[in-house]
Design a protein. Structure first.
Length: 241
């Protein structure tokens, strides 16, 4: 213990200045030495903090006020919220009509670039050679596809159009009775196509038939011949055997 006391007494003595000798600056504290050349802002803050009612605190400049942005002026006709009134409805209807007109005009212009073409089957067809048909017979080979009968008597071959002259039904060939009979209203036609019973007002029509250079029969439904007009005597209404 005596040795420790001697060691403590041997330590150098540190002299700390007293608070009244520390300085007279407002920013100094009793245990803090004064600051050399402090800025003016710190002087003002220290004056307010140390003595709010002192003369130095009264001389301190007040802080600047925060400037708020002013709101934009409101338009006179702006209600503040979006409303759909009569004027808005008329404006929208006008624009819709305008764009509708442009759409229809554009579609019409594009449609004109593609013409309306009907691709119908050809009216003419080849019906084989004359020796394929026996005398006094009616061939129904082309009845369903072309609605034409190929008929051959003792001297000629002719093509009857399978359309009833009453209402356009398709008659049937009754070989046992040697006549054409319409199933719709009972009209009857002879082997040559002459009407003799039922409501049919006139005989059946004949289609154009010719013999080609290759020896085949060519039937053209685009041209027909009527008995009541005297067309059955024309050379293209039959083929001579």
């Amino acid at each position: 213990m005596p040795e420790e006391k001697e060691q403590l007494t041997d330590l150098p003595y540190l002299e700390v200045p007293r608070p009244e000798e520390a300085g007279t600056h407002p920013t100094s504290t009793p245990n803090m030495p004064p600051m050399k050349n402090p800025p003016e802002e710190l002087k003002d803050i220290a004056a307010k903090t140390a003595a709010p009612g002192s003369a130095q605190a009264r001389k301190a400049d007040p802080p600047e006020k925060v400037r708020m942005a002013k709101p934009l002026p409101k338009a006179e006709d702006d209600p503040g919220t979006w409303e759909f009134g009569r004027r808005s409805f008329l404006r929208a209807a006008g624009w819709m009509s305008f764009f509708g007109f442009l759409t229809i005009a554009t579609v019409g212009a594009l449609r004109m670039m593609f013409p309306r073409t009907l691709y119908e089957p050809p009216k003419s067809f080849k019906a084989g050679k004359p020796n394929e048909y026996l005398p006094m017979t009616v061939s129904e080979k082309y009845k369903d596809t072309e609605r034409v009968w190929i008929c051959r008597d003792e001297e000629n071959i002719f093509a009857l159009v399978a359309i009833c002259t009453h209402l356009g039904c398709t008659p049937r060939w009754l070989a046992a009775e040697a006549k054409f009979k319409c199933p719709c209203h009972g009209s009857g036609f002879t082997f040559e196509g002459i009407n003799f019973e039922g409501p049919a007002p006139r005989p059946l029509e004949r289609a154009k038939i010719v013999l080609t250079e290759s020896g085949e029969l060519l039937v053209d439904k685009a041209q027909t011949f009527r008995y009541e007009n005297g067309d059955w005597v024309k050379p293209e209404s039959f083929v001579k055997i």
